[in-house]
Design a protein around this ligand. Structure first.
Ligand SMILES: Cc1cc2nc3c(=O)[nH]c(=O)nc-3n(C[C@H](O)[C@H](O)[C@H](O)COP(=O)(O)O)c2cc1C
Length: 397
């Protein structure tokens, strides 16, 4: 594959995404405040500038920033937490969300509701979650094995979407003996989905080892009528370009690489336009970005909940910096904005340690045996949705 010309626009149905970069849905992370921060970076706007970044229902400027996963059935039953998760920031455009479910009826109805109420401009289907409490009930990364059921789900989504692009995000398969990515890609194409994204690991691998980008190349050769996005182990902008050059994929989905490094979207934007990459921020500048991130969360959730929600982020922001465990612990337990500012103010400035970009953040567990429903492997052709328990799952992954 030639490395010379990489596309700088990705067309997902009626949605143009430029650069061809997507913030991966990440439960508990890709909240409206975090999406806003990443989107500002992707548009090369000062991170503390509250002016709305450009973009509308059909133009994802600076990349596409996907909301967290919501459970179709919980949404339809009006669960408060789910309705809150499904919210977007004022002026956020386009509005992109991921759905989880195992029953064509509930997923179809959730799409109808979101689209009918004018709530979304893009809907992704979660087929990659490897968490045992999900796969044990046939959901997430277990679902593609039951290909007729999957087809019925995608069909219900597309039929109710009124032209809003539907995409599928999945893994290579359950394990090396039960590979499904090519069949899933074909189902997506047949049923009118607008793009597919492959996290190039099996469910058994979970987050361990290195993503198998060659499977992305294989999928790209197999799926010819809609874009194929690659996902897994993009830590720096050069990884995104290498993935596209090596696999021929049409765009990239970025997960853990941006945890504590929302400026990765600026680097990606610069790389795709051939602009010189802005140097990574120093520790003092990272402190300012953390403060803006916390302020956005406080505006969204109030000081108490916003501060609590932020506690998962400092460890990622400070990864690789020479900051002692006592400081890290204080930030992990902070109760207010003032407390964070006092702790950050006590730190001497440091340049960004270049090796920090590639230090794993977020999940790294696996491999582990995939929990499946009784006789799930043997009943591959059964189109019946698994039991209601799967629909109760709410925490992503
Ligand atoms: C904290 C966290 C939460 C996640 N939640 C979801 C989710 O809700 N839906 C989903 O499809 N993938 C989820 N993922 C998986 C990512 O979207 C992505 O596929 C995976 O991390 C591999 O990409 P990466 O190597 O760029 O991180 C999650 C990952 C992490 C680290």
């Amino acid at each position: 594959m030639s490395t010379s010309v990489l596309p700088d626009v990705l067309q997902i149905g009626r949605l143009s995404v430029s650069p061809p970069v997507v913030l991966a849905p990440m439960a508990g992370v890709t909240t409206a405040p975090y999406r806003t921060l990443c989107r500002r970076f992707g548009n090369r706007q000062p991170f503390d500038d509250a002016t709305l970044p450009p973009g509308d229902a059909s133009t994802a400027s600076g990349g596409l920033y996907v909301n967290q996963m919501i459970t179709a059935r919980a949404l339809m039953e009006g669960h408060k937490k789910m309705l809150h998760t499904a919210r977007f920031a004022d002026g956020e455009a386009p509005r992109s969300i991921q759905l989880y479910g195992t029953d064509p009826y509930w997923i179809g109805e959730a799409v109808r509701k979101l689209v009918g109420e004018g709530e979304v401009d893009h809907i992704d289907l979660n087929l990659g979650c490897p968490v045992p409490k999900v796969t044990r009930h046939g959901g997430g990364s277990a679902l593609p094995w039951h290909h007729h059921l999957l087809r019925n789900i995608v069909r219900a989504m597309v039929n109710n979407a009124e032209g809003v692009p539907i995409t599928l995000k999945f893994r290579i398969g359950i394990d090396d003996d039960h590979i499904t990515h090519l069949d899933t890609g074909r189902i997506a194409e047949d049923e009118g989905a607008s793009a597919v994204a492959l996290h190039a690991r099996t469910a058994e691998q979970a987050y361990s080892g290195t993503a198998r980008w060659e499977a992305i190349g294989e999928l790209k050769e197999h799926v010819t009528s809609i874009p194929v996005l690659g996902n897994g182990d993009i830590w720096e902008a050069s990884d995104a370009q290498r993935m596209m050059a090596e696999t021929g994929c049409d765009g990239v989905v970025v997960g853990r690489g941006c945890l504590g490094r929302p400026w990765l979207f600026q680097e990606l934007s610069e790389a795709f336009t051939g602009t010189e990459i802005t140097p990574a921020p120093s520790l003092a500048e990272v402190g300012q970005i953390m403060t803006t991130h916390l302020d956005l969360l406080i505006d969204w959730l109030g000081e108490d909940r916003g501060t609590r929600d932020f506690r998962k982020h400092p460890g990622w922001y400070l990864k690789g910096f020479p900051v002692g465990s006592q400081v890290r612990q204080q930030l992990n337990q902070m109760k207010s904005r003032d407390e964070m500012l006092a702790v950050l103010g006590s730190l001497a400035d440091e340049p960004f340690p270049p090796e920090a970009a590639r230090l794993t953040r977020g999940h790294s567990h696996g491999p582990r045996r995939v929990a499946l429903p009784h006789r799930w492997i043997e009943t591959r052709d059964d189109p019946t949705p698994p039991g209601a328990a799967a629909a109760a799952y709410t925490s992503g992954g």
